[in-house]
Design a protein around this ligand. Structure first.
Ligand SMILES: NC(=O)C1=CN([C@@H]2O[C@H](COP(=O)(O)OP(=O)(O)OC[C@H]3O[C@@H](n4cnc5c(N)ncnc54)[C@H](O)[C@@H]3O)[C@@H](O)[C@H]2O)C=CC1
Ligand SMILES: CC(C)(CO)C(=O)C(=O)O
Length: 303
């Protein structure tokens, strides 16, 4: 397959690099990373090791079988603009947050995706795989999706752990509940993910878990208003499962706040608020978390 990875940062370089073991991959990113990859190739270190030689450019090729979008969610509109005139067989987002609807503006079938691999671009030309997770792809609607099947086969051919799911709407909303619950709470409270599990001893230290739980419950309520069957219990259980499994992680939003960078709050808690308004569902916790993070971004001068 001819695959373009639009957004060759941490995740895009890792997955693009892994896919380059079996496919013709072009990483679209920025210098100096692009020039280094062109000159010396890309090295993957950590939980997976590989030396690969994908193409790299600062603009997207005009055609490809598949485009993977891996820019931060707030750069999705710019990515859509950059890809608008291309001839692509399919486009798939592996970003956090609800971004697929924006990709639907492109003249190509959209495959929904999530990634739980961990990636960190250590320096130009060198990406660390900090965790072997899984890619999940599927149709935007429930049911089998032949384009997603093809994308899944391409990932597996490159030894990327991949599931092709026929219940992607529920999975996307469950992932949104996890990120809406964990990311904003850990960023604002400056705690690791594990602080959201339990509340031990009872009555003490339970404020952060309660915030995360309420944000997840509200997300599930909005999912149901959208016709997606996600119960409050499933959403809460997903938050607790992920927070336990990643207990010592500093969430990506906490890292953004610590490095005084823009966060993805608009595509996470902000997306829950936007969807809730369409259905007249109250989401006070997500609204407050969104306002606090936007206020922090403005104060930090990154918005
Ligand atoms: N890093 C990780 O381990 C994981 C990240 N994600 C999600 O994946 C998405 C990307 O995250 P990261 O890779 O960490 O971010 P990142 O900031 O490392 O990578 C994004 C890259 O896109 C490039 N970019 C942005 N606009 C561009 C344009 N117009 N043209 C060319 N290049 C452009 C940036 O220069 C940057 O290198 C986010 O939504 C994140 O939540 C999801 C799972 C794991
Ligand atoms: C799953 C989780 C919460 C892991 O930290 C994540 O996706 C993030 O930090 O963005």
């Amino acid at each position: 397959m001819d695959i373009v990875v639009f957004g060759a940062g941490s995740l895009g370089s890792l997955l693009g690099g892994l896919l380059a073991r079996a496919h013709d991959v072009t990483l679209v990113g920025r210098d100096p990373h692009v020039s280094t990859v062109r000159k010396d190739g890309l090295r993957i270190e950590g939980e997976v090791e590989a030396d690969v030689d994908p193409d790299a450019d600062t603009t997207a090729p005009e055609s490809a079988d598949l485009v993977l979008v891996t820019v931060k969610s707030y750069d999705t509109a710019a990515a859509v603009e950059a890809l608008a005139d291309g001839d692509y067989g399919a486009v798939c987002s592996l970003q956090n947050g609800l971004t697929e609807e924006r990709l639907a503006e492109l003249d190509a079938p959209v495959v929904a995706g999530t990634a739980s691999y961990g990636a960190r671009l250590r320096e130009s030309g060198l990406v660390d795989c900090t965790g072997v997770g899984r890619v999940v792809v599927g149709g935007l609607d429930r049911g089998p999706d032949p384009v997603a099947e093809r994308v899944g086969r391409a990932f597996r051919a490159a030894d990327v752990r991949t599931l092709v799911a026929s219940d992607m709407p529920r999975r996307r909303w469950e992932k949104l509940a996890v990120n809406a619950g964990i990311n904003a709470t850990t960023a604002l409270c400056r705690v690791e993910n594990g602080a959201l599990v339990g509340g031990d001893p009872p009555g003490k230290g339970e404020n952060a878990p309660r915030l995360a739980r309420e944000a997840a419950h509200e997300t599930a309520r909005v999912a149901r208003a959208e016709g997606v069957p996600l119960s409050n219990r499933q959403a809460r259980a997903a938050v607790e499962r992920v927070a336990s499994a990643t207990a010592t992680n500093r969430s990506s939003m906490l890292q953004d706040v610590e490095s005084r960078s823009r966060t993805e709050v608009d595509a996470l808690n902000g997306a829950v608020v936007d969807r809730a308004e369409r259905h007249d569902v109250g989401v006070p916790t997500n609204r407050t978390l969104t306002r606090l993070l936007r206020a922090w971004e403005r104060g930090a001068g990154v918005r």
